[in-house]
Design a protein around this ligand. Structure first.
Ligand code: HAS
Length: 547
């Protein structure tokens, strides 16, 4: 990897892991506050810590990590960046970082305790929204710079399908850009005028709908880079090739089509949106489950085929042949295993009536800790173990590999305890996101009497998680600055499995078709309900009232 890309990817990773450290510390505070074991000092409050925890881990850690992975991978897949691509990537990185710093300052200063979902009626200082806007613009600049690199490659290789890694990167960036349109509209036209006092109110329901138009595809912006690792990096570690090139491309295309017109499944209990539109988006949600089922199928196929090639006999003999001693693999395998209950929980959430049972309860918190918090995070850990040595030229020594095993096992155990407790508590009715139950309140205390469903389990899980996170930071520091330099034979490579694209239909890479269909679906699912929300805006809801 050339020096320019190396520095760029490391700069993104540095931000990611700084956010990870502070974010996990806020998580630790969180479980102890809910446990009543900790009272925060006067200048800090529950919602401030919760906002920092969500933003730093779910938005900052993920986004910076994802761009580091994309930049290193695109340079590996398509060749070194030209000076323009590199320059625009740096500009994008700087804008994203400035936005992040502004957001973090506002949260720490107690001016933005609006949670990571930041929709109205909660209001932050105007600069918080300016920071958010910069953050999004910065990611767009980095994204478009990477697409620029891809376009140069396509011009030089007319008529050819691009390498799978590049295809998946571009698909993920397209998804991200279309998704951000909702949040950009809300920030520019609703939040900034409202927070700076230019208008006297805000259309709350519209702000929530625009947020969730963005909020659901956001989860696939986190998931798809993990799927990229599952599809091309895991087979390489296993010593085999990609199961099916066209299946991978089709599944990414399906995510572009179906991940956006589904935001109402987060708003099933909200008035102001007619049931028909909620139902339509529920049906579309079930469509977006299909590419994940395709992924599960092809991963099982890859494991079984490779395990049998290595001599695994009988029904499950292949399972034992998988490279369990390779922590890069084991981490990602555990990540996948967590996604089975994580995905099943998602299907429950999306099932219109069943959503009534779990909405706004701790169940949802459990759900996202076993989707983004484990499948995505543990895949990123598995990548970190070779990505940093690849970028720094250091060695992932045997001793560090042992520590890495302790780290991933402790993360899994911590997450299992904490998220199980959260799921059970949620089913009993314990609400999420409230300091009200925190928790000397008698009625609320009754929720937490069970064996698993008690605050101790949650706090034990949370503490193990924080120890695991600290261990990861220790490993990251070692791999970055301290571990011995690798000699020529030991240099870490960027593992990408080969993929046979000879039978893959070319139209799968015709982005115009997919972006066009995506916009049609979005128009069908959103135009009338959003127009309704604007037309029927209640009195006092700002500039939209007069529209
Ligand atoms: Fe979700 C709420 C529905 C996936 C994240 N979700 C959230 C929130 C977050 C989140 C952060 O319909 C909270 C938002 C907030 O703060 O209010 N979710 C779904 C559905 C899916 C889904 C249908 N969610 C995710 C992913 C996330 C994520 C992925 C992050 C990365 N979610 C909802 C709904 C709500 C919700 C409602 C709102 C609830 C409410 O009322 O507030 C689907 O995409 C899931 C499909 C996945 C599968 C699993 C496939 C399995 C695979 C693994 C194979 C394993 C192998 C290993 C090969 C069908 C691919 C083998 C191992 C062995 C051990 C055998």
């Amino acid at each position: 990897i050339a020096k320019g890309e190396r520095k760029l990817a490391l700069a993104n990773l540095g931000f990611a892991y700084a956010a990870f450290l502070i974010g996990t510390l806020c998580g630790l505070l969180q479980v102890f506050i809910r446990n009543d074991a900790l009272t925060l000092p006067g200048w800090l409050d529950y919602y401030q810590v919760l906002t920092a925890h969500g933003l730093l881990l779910a938005i900052v850690f993920t986004t910076f990590f994802i761009f580091a992975f994309f930049q290193a991978g695109m340079s590996r897949a398509l060749g070194s960046f030209g000076p323009k691509v590199l320059l625009w990537n740096w500009i994008g990185f700087i804008v994203t970082s400035l936005g992040t710093l502004l957001v973090v300052i506002m949260v720490i200063g107690g001016q933005a305790s609006v949670l990571y979902t930041f929709y109205a009626p909660l209001q932050a200082h105007g600069l918080f929204y300016v920071g958010l806007a910069l953050f999004v613009i910065g990611t767009w600049i980095q994204g478009f710079a990477l697409i620029g690199h891809y376009r140069v490659w396509r011009k030089q290789n007319k008529g050819q399908l691009s390498p799978l890694f590049a295809f998946m990167t571009v698909a993920t960036i397209i998804l991200w850009v279309i998704a951000c349109l909702g949040v950009v509209a809300a920030v520019l036209f609703q939040f900034i005028p409202w927070a700076f006092g230019m208008v006297d109110g805000i259309n709350v329901e519209l702000s929530r709908s625009l947020f969730w138009y963005f909020g659901h595809p956001l989860v696939y912006f986190w998931l798809l880079p993990a799927y990229m690792a599952w599809y091309v990096i895991v087979p390489k570690i296993l010593g085999t090739k990609v199961f099916s090139d066209s299946l991978v491309r089709l599944s990414f295309v399906l995510f572009i089509l179906f991940s956006i017109p589904v935001g109402f499944h987060h708003q099933l209990t909200e008035p102001g949106i007619a049931s028909f539109w909620k139902f339509l988006q529920t049906v579309l949600t079930f469509m977006v489950i299909i590419p994940s089922l395709m992924t599960a199928f092809s991963m099982f196929a890859t494991f079984e085929l490779r395990g049998r090639e290595l001599g695994g006999k009988g029904l499950f003999g292949w399972f034992r042949k998988l490279p369990w001693k390779d922590v890069r693999f084991t981490s990602i395998f555990i990540a996948m295993a967590f996604f089975i209950p994580g995905g099943a929980g998602g299907i429950i959430n999306a099932s219109f009536q069943m959503n009534e049972v779990i909405h706004n309860t701790l169940w949802v918190v459990g759900h996202f800790h076993i989707t983004v918090g484990t499948p995505v995070a543990m895949t990123f850990f598995g990548l970190t173990f070779w990505l940093i040595p690849y970028l720094t030229g250091r060695r992932f020594t045997k001793a560090l590999q042992k520590l890495a095993f302790i780290q991933i096992i402790s993360w899994s155990v911590g997450m299992l305890l904490m998220s199980t407790a959260q799921h059970v508590l949620g089913l009993m009715g314990a609400p999420r996101r409230t300091a009200y139950t925190g928790y000397a309140h008698d009625d609320a205390l009754a929720w937490f009497d069970g064996i698993l469903s008690n605050h101790v389990t949650m706090a034990v899980g949370g503490s193990i998680l924080f120890l695991s996170a600290s261990l990861l930071i220790f490993i990251v520091i070692q791999l970055w600055w301290i571990a011995p330099k690798a000699d020529v034979h030991q240099v870490e490579s960027f593992p990408i499995a080969s993929s046979d694209a000879s039978a893959t239909p070319k139209f799968l890479e015709n982005w115009k078709i997919w972006i066009g269909i995506a916009f049609v679906l979005i128009a069908v699912a959103y135009t009338i309900p959003l127009a309704d929300l604007i037309q029927h805006a209640p009195p006092g809801s700002g500039r939209f009232q007069t529209w």
